[in-house]
Design a binder for this molecule. Structure first.
Ligand code: 5AD
Ligand code: SF4
Length: 453
């Protein structure tokens, strides 16, 4: 293969996908592919796709539409689709999009170098597809390869994601993930620790452990598993020398144990930020969503969590306009927001997804009502976030620097708030360094302050 080919990856969706894109870059670096920011310069464009809601999926098709023209201008351009839409649609993408050269599902990205090789040498059928979903955990298949490859140049070198499990067994009635990412499987702890150690050696200081439902880590393991739970894993990762900040995402409220809550009191590098998707404030809706908890049990867990870690910043996900959601159901979601006072949230209009139970539910809510409810929810969240953020004014917060320019510096607090502060002309102020910032201004989405070592 000729060296120095340019690779452009467009990533949609979650952090899991971001991590997969990093892995793809690392794998393809060994084949001579160099990441580029510009699709025009690319020899290979990969679209790493998300199908969680209708909107990201539509964006994928619109980008693929544009790429048709790019390929007409440059017939040697290779175009590949990876991720959840690739998994979900498989050969249908090939049929709809003759300009797509390869389709790779969520569990087979390690086959990419081989598939590209076949395209390059003309040894296959000319188009490549791999969408098996029973391939076991993705990472072990090429853990050795990753160990020997340089970090992906596109990812920040001070904070990184580490995937600890794949798939999901929860079957929330609206969710496409079990269909696109397969059954829940946990990765062996030794592999995870090894990856964290490699990252720390490369200069990484903040680790975020990733899984669809990290609380159930160890429930289904590769091989027999070793009985390790998520809290065991957290303590072990926290013990790796050089890790300065530890985070995890995401959690299912049903599986949130007191043991995990206690970790926030006991592990000092575990950041006081918790993403605990509630989805709805109505028990009737939660039941139809198959969430397996009630509003009351959710609230009890939040209260207990706050006894272990009073300063914890809570974030959530909410779906508005789930089939059959009444005005009273929606009001209950607003009441829950007012009661918990989430620091932030991601809120979405319900959309039907393939292979989900709720797609067949009757009493679908109109687009108009969904849009109104979303706007009302987001308006209240903005008010709450601003009030919450004002609570930090006058406080001195630890900030991990992300970038500095002549305009000033930007970083994040342990609570995951973005903080802007003036560049103090400090030579040691490089990305990844921890500094103290005294907060003097709060907005809805970020804080401002002064460097105050
Ligand atoms: N419609 C709208 N939002 C959804 N989510 C998941 N599936 C759907 C759907 N069908 C949201 C949930 C989840 C987040 C990642 O996306 O809030 O927590
Ligand atoms: Fe989107 Fe879910 Fe797939 Fe992540 S796992 S890319 S959120 S569909």
């Amino acid at each position: 293969m000729k060296m120095g080919k340019n690779l452009y990856i467009k990533t949609f969706g979650c952090q899991m996908n971001e991590r997969d894109s990093e892995i793809i870059e690392q794998l393809l670096a060994q084949q001579g592919y160099i990441p580029t920011d510009s699709p025009e310069d690319a020899d290979l464009v990969l679209v790493n796709t998300c199908s969680i809601r209708d909107k990201p999926e539509q964006k994928v098709y619109s980008l693929l539409g544009h790429l048709r023209e790019a390929k007409a201008r440059n017939p040697s351009l290779r175009i590949g689709v990876t991720g959840c839409v690739a998994q979900q649609e498989g050969v249908r993408i090939m049929e709809r999009m003759p300009h797509v050269d390869l389709v790779v599902g969520t569990q087979q990205i390690y086959l990419l170098p081989m598939m590209l090789g076949r395209l390059e040498h003309g040894t296959g059928s000319g188009r490549e597809i791999a969408t098996n979903l029973d391939a076991g955990f993705v990472i072990p298949a090429f853990q050795k390869l990753l160990r020997n490859s340089p970090p992906s140049p596109a990812s920040p070198d001070f904070k990184r994601f580490v995937t600890i499990m794949q798939g999901c067994d929860n079957y929330c009635s609206y969710c496409v993930v079990p269909a696109t990412r397969g059954r829940e499987i946990s990765r062996p702890m030794v592999d995870i620790i090894e990856e964290v150690e490699i990252l720390v050696d490369q200069g990484v200081r903040e680790i975020t452990l990733l899984g669809q439902n990290v609380n159930s880590y160890g429930r289904n393991s590769l091989g027999d598993g070793d009985g390790t739970t998520f809290t065991d894993l957290l303590r072990r990762v926290a013990g790796v020398r050089g890790v300065q900040r530890l985070r995890f995402t995401t959690s299912h409220p049903r599986d949130l144990s007191e043991d995990l809550m206690r970790c926030f009191a006991e592990i000092d590098i575990l950041c006081p930020h918790f993403h605990l998707p509630v989805q709805s404030g109505s028990n009737a809706v939660l039941q139809r969503m198959n969430r397996k908890y009630t509003v009351e049990s959710y609230l009890r867990k939040v209260d207990t969590l706050r006894t272990f870690c009073p300063d914890i910043a809570l974030a959530t996900d909410v779906i508005v306009g789930f089939p059959g959601e009444t005005e009273a159901d929606f009001q209950a979601t607003l009441d829950l927001l007012a009661r918990v006072r989430f620091h932030g949230s991601f809120s979405f209009k319900y959309s039907d997804r393939p292979h989900t139970r709720s797609a067949a539910f009757v009493d679908k809510i109109s687009e108009e009502v969904k849009s109104q409810r979303l706007a009302r929810f987001q308006h209240l969240q903005d008010e709450v976030s601003l009030e919450r953020n004002k609570e930090y004014i006058g406080k001195k917060m630890e900030v991990m620097v992300e970038e500095c320019s002549t305009g000033g510096c930007k970083g994040r607090t342990p609570t995951n708030h973005v903080v802007h502060f003036a560049e103090p002309h400090h030579p040691a102020l490089v990305p990844g360094v921890l500094v103290s910032v005294c907060i003097n201004h709060a907005g809805k989405h970020s804080l401002r302050g002064e460097y105050c070592q």
